[in-house]
Design a protein around this ligand. Sequence first.
Ligand SMILES: *Cc1c(COP(=O)(O)O)cnc(C)c1O
Length: 834
Amino acid sequence: MPSKERDIPLRDHPAPTGPYCSFGGSLGDDDLLKTIHHHLLSFLGRDPMRAGNREIYKALAYTVRDFLIERWVKTQKDFYAHNRKRVYYLSLEFLIGRSLGNSLINLGLYDKVAGVLEQMGYDLDEVREEEEDAALGNGGLGRLAACFMDSMATLGIPAYGYGIRYEYGLFYQRLLDGFQVEHPDNWLRYGTPWEYDRPWNLYPVKFHGRVHRYHDAEGKLRHEWVDTSEVMAMANDILVPGFRNDSVINMRLWSAKASRELDLISFNRGDYVAAVQSVVESETISKVLYPSDDIREGQELRFKQQYFFVAATFQDILRRYKKQHGTDFGRFTAEIAVQLNDTHPAIAIPELMRLLLDEEGMTWEDAWGICVQTFGYTNHTLMPEALETWAVDLFHRVLPRHLEIVYEINRRFLEEVAALYPGDEERLRRMSMIDEGPVKKVRMAHLAIVGSHSTNGVAKLHTHLQKTRIFNEFYEIYPQRFNNKTNGVTQRRWLLKSNPGLAALITESIGGDWVTKLEFLRNLESLAGNRSFQRRWLAVKRQNKQRLAALIKSDCGVAVDPDSLFDVQVKRMHEYKRQLLNILHIIIHYQRLVRGERQEAPARTVVFAGKAAPSYAQAKLIIKLINSVGETINRDPRVADRLKVIFIPNYGVSLAEKIIPAADLSEQISTAGTEASGTGNMKFALNGALTIGTMDGANVEMCDEIGRENMFIFGMDADQVEAVRRDPLRTPETVYQNNQEVRAAVDAITAGEFSRGDTALFTPIVRALLSPDDPYLFLLDLEDYLRCQEEVDREFLNRTGWARKSILNVARMGKFSTDRTIREYAEEIWGIKV
Ligand SMILES: *Cc1c(COP(=O)(O)O)cnc(C)c1O
């Protein structure tokens, strides 16, 4: 069904002017005021004199959206006019957070708007708190997609984000007696002012059915996917402005709508209730984000989500392409690049093949050539058990034609492998796209590597381990396909917006170029030893800590000392991220204090936040342990002014923006070889926290840049981890037996000292710690971690030394901007000159 939307008129219309029509040219306070009033009155039906913060927020957001849409139209026209290569970034997650503050900053309107609101009697910071986070992602992978959008807009790249408009984002986390309880995140309850519905931009997406084979007029064998059920995909656009460059791009997020034909059939049978029921069922596809980060979910609904958004996206891509080129696919790969954020959208590979073969009548060879040239695949995990697979029978039921195509891709691929390695049956079994185990499964990563021209890791170490471990046999065959793109973060959100105090101090000292060229931070190096600059630097940190202390007081009811060392670990709860290692240090530190040792150590406030996947029992139990240890310590008068342990509920982007600027110490302590990159590590260092970390993910490159002497590095590296896993003599049991402090800490957990005498509650944790094949090596890294934490204590007491290191950390973070990351994707994968 052709779309009725006329994307962007290619003719120029004269732009209407007037206070509500256009913001072209300079903008007076009066115009802003008028527009806010206008939105209050005509969209919100509010008396402007009686509006509260929530109404002001909405009216302001609509005002900003007016701004964005004008610039978006101009940006799109420009892309068409210059016929530039387009990038489609496909991601099942975009962890956006709030948009108001970020848009105002990028548009250069922040101060003006703050002034106008003040005239009206409102405080912009308060008004901004009214916005709900758009939590359409789980963690790092989704946040990376959001940072990429900001950088692509800022670099003026003709990019489109494509994903799903989940009605319910990542669950809202509450704590009940220290246990995580999940609540629905109904972020659209009051609507969102940031999106444009495109009810005319509807595409049908097919599921189920069967494959009909026939010979066409020329006698060629053709395949038709028939007897399908259909769901409609409706576009919603969220606009993303670049930093003061008038460029605005969009994320097109699809919502599922029942198709009209489907209703009709039931209505004709007179079954009204069944008809409505079927409407509800088709619309469940975009209902909820799967809440699992680095955990596999094998459910049919998740599989349908993946195909749903991919199928709608490719109809949109082809519509846009055909508008200019008709059915001549000769320019396709010159004008289109598609990046797959992990394997979640990898079904795009057989989908594009299906479109080119079955709908366009292309030969396999021609279609395959286009396919491989079009796609790039970003892999995000090193843990084999987290690689995505789909049961073949599920695949067959939901997408029968795609399964045929996958089998054919695989058949041809294995023929290639067999020719290179004659007689090596085992290799064929390992490399096959089909896992022939007891339950047959499709291995999506194998499909993604073979069906694209680029597979990239997200940090140097990660890419190295891809080549040498998880995908080493693919690397042997396609060495030129593998490449590294070290992650980054956008400094617009993660410094300029989240830490206005530090941003202002930096800009005052070295100018504001760092906002678009993060390397300019290097100019801070010469100030690292300057006493008065150090004092101002520490004063900003102190202010941020004070603000966080107030938040902790109101959200957790605990008073913490802003002069204590703020030791922070905030990220998804996962065994490999080793929040348990952190908590073991806390217990040991606590027991030392109680024994009267370590009295010289600075007071510490240890802050945790993070969500556990609802199905991940061990991660949830770790949340309970942190809260139980916290409860015991926080009410023990013997350590009252020495140690506090806080778990702030409902970690998300907005909370991260408040916590990270207040951190002294950033915990990045995953088992080496497990964290692909990490981006939390970068946000902390960019905000002047010192890192205690393992040689894992991007920590390794941070260490290269910042200098090992300005970080706290401990533990085994990835090679040592690999070796020790095979060493029968180094076991957790030996550490437990030989180290009295470690034993006392583990025994305290076992004895129920943190669980009111309940000795059963934490046994799964104690068992994991002492297991001879603990994959995370908690106890084997613990002793070096303890040593390193004592070094932290010593260094923290030397305030000038600490300030100097903090300044040097920030000065040397220039590499870790997504501006740099995106430039590399553009030039090395997408074939776009920036
Ligand atoms: C940056 C970020 C993450 C990723 O943190 P890691 O420490 O790299 O795991 C997760 N969640 C949110 C809200 C973030 O902002």
